[in-house]
Structure formats: C-alpha cells, structure tokens
Design a protein around this ligand. Sequence first.
Ligand SMILES: Nc1ncnc2c1ncn2[C@@H]1O[C@H](COP(=O)(O)OP(=O)(O)OP(=O)(O)O)[C@@H](O)[C@H]1O
Length: 289
Amino acid sequence: MAGDGDGDGRGDSIRVCGMQFAYEMQPPLFMDFDLSVAPGSRCLLLGANGSGKTTLLKILAGKHLVGGRNVVRVLNRSAFHDTQLACSGDLSYLGGSWSKTIGSAGEIPLQGDFSAEHMIFGVEGSDPVRRDKLIELLDIDLQWRMHKVSDGQRRRVQICMGLLHPFQVLLLDEVTVDLDVVTRMDFLEFLREECDQRGATIVYATHIFDGLETWATHLVYIQDGELRKSERLSDIEELKHSANLHSVVKSWLRAETKQSKRKLPDTTQKPSLFGASPFTSSRHMAYYR
Ligand SMILES: Nc1ncnc2c1ncn2[C@@H]1O[C@H](COP(=O)(O)OP(=O)(O)OP(=O)(O)O)[C@@H](O)[C@H]1O
C-alpha cells in the first residue's frame, strides 16, 4: 500500500480494489489489481515501457470504464461515474496529449491560434493569487501564441492550467520531460508544498528520476499490469544501500528483461486477438472519454 491510510481504505485518496481491465480485442492488462494511496503522498508510478502506467493513470482519471462503482475510487468517489470529480478541480490529470479538460468546457486543444493569456484566464473560478504564482513559477509569457511556442513552453501552459484549481489528487503522466531543469525543479518544489501544506496527493509516472529520491514519499512499481511494489521510499531495502533511484529501478528493469528472456517462446500457441478472454465481454471492454 502506497501510503498510510486508515486501514479500511475509506480514508485513502485513491483506492483500487480487484480491478480488471483490457483494451478492446486485447488480452487483459490488469487482473485483480489493488492499490491504495494515502492523502499527502507523493507517489512515483514506475515500470517499463508498456507496463500499464498511462492506462492506470487514465483509469484513475476516469477516462476508461472499469467494472462497478466501487472498483476505482478517488477521494471516495467513483473515478468514472462521478463527473464532478474532474469538473470541480478536485482531481486533475496532466498527460502527454496536447489538450486539457477544463470543467464544463471539456477538452481544450493547446495548439490553436490563442494566446497563453486566453488559455489561462479562460479557466473559470481560479484564484488570481494562485494563478499569478503559477505564471511566475512556470515563467509564462502571457503573449505567447499557442500554435507558435516550443513544446516546453506549451507544456508550461498546460501545467499551469492543470494546477489552477487547488486539486486534492493530481495525476501526472511524464509531463516534465519537456521542461528545462530549473523549471522542473521549481515545479516539483511547488508540488511538494501542495502535499505538505494541503494534504494533496500526487501520482507521478516518469522515467526521469533526477531529484526524486528526496521528493517522493512512496513508490509504486508495476510490471505487465501487475503490482510488484507499493511502499514508502524509506522502506525500500535497495535504496537504503544505494540512495540512487535511477540505478535501483534500472536493476529491477534489467531483472525483468532477464526473466522474459528465460521464458521460452511457445510457438505452438499464438495469442489470438479475438481469443476467449473473459475480459472481452462487453462489460470489460474499454470505454473511452
Ligand atoms: N488504446 C490502446 N489500445 C490497445 N492497447 C493499448 C492502448 N493503449 C495502450 N495499449 C497497450 O497497453 C499496454 C500498456 O500501455 P501503457 O501506455 O499503459 O504503458 P506505459 O507503462 O504507460 O508505457 P510507457 O512507459 O511506454 O509510456 C501496452 O502493451 C500497450 O500496447
């Protein structure tokens, strides 16, 4: 369990219980998957390419339908069914695509011929003090035209818009990759304060570990849709010896590669895209928002 909730899971910011998920016409990615994340956690979500990080974050963000109302709970509300979660700003998701869901306005593309000012000031109900702080922190020029800025500049506007409301849960899918090192560090520091001062919860999927040993409180490691580790950073044995997250995660990923190499390919049975997976019933098919 990533975090120290109240024991029965109701006090957790995020609770996933027995989740099953498959993309349409694909074998199951998650089977009986459990996860708990306590309030105030800064939780890294780690795993190899294709292990399921983005899918998990999208499920938590309510973008994919899974099972019943109690399977994926965020702030004790159903991630998929409670549309107010995202609209109210309590839950914020920042992913790789160049669009941002803003309340009732829906999905806003971030590459149109608009100014940064238009985008940022268009987010309804934001606190001007928080807005000014974010604009300064992310060093945003309000005159930028969104279709002419660099990826890093566009990313800063996306992040600013995503943080304007004081979220309770923030899901980050590798959005710092375009940021320069100073902006990234300032951004991480801002997030640390949000957790420490307001008890906000962050789940951050990344392959860049620079500076995260002292930033993160918890770590979740998944392999092919299976939860391998969900621990406090301070409890991870290897980190007690190495204190270098990069090399520790590298050793886990190398071990995965060795394991998969040891498995002999079964040339007699090819996985069928249309096979009789229990997850290809209509109840389990992926449903996108
Ligand atoms: N829309 C989709 N339809 C079918 N399969 C998908 C879809 N999106 C992802 N997958 C598959 O689901 C698995 C998990 O993908 P996902 O993007 O969640 O991995 P990830 O851990 O975020 O990877 P990365 O580190 O490369 O971003 C992969 O095998 C991928 O091919």
